[in-house]
Unconditional design. Sequence first.
Length: 111
Amino acid sequence: MSSDTRSALWSLGMVFYFVEVLVVGFASFLFGGLSVMASDGCSADNVMRICSQEWQSVMTYTATGVLVMTVIAMSVLMGVVRELWTLGLAIVLTILLPIVAFVFTHAIVTA
């Protein structure tokens, strides 16, 4: 692969990755907030996990926390390795890991 092609792919990929991080970050905040809103219908004597303040905080911040950790880890990996496959891996993991974390946490809270 020529140097110009590699440079163009890095530039295009980094722009895509930046937009993806913004969109996934917004979605993480949105779904975290919606999960807490689901507990608004809880009564005072309800013992379900989703009705407790601790679990509401966990639901709110899990996907966002995983997103931040993924972006930091992938940025370090891309900076150290400097290969195009790391950018592709970052793009895939940045979408996949927050979704998996949200679904896993939601399954625990609503079980």
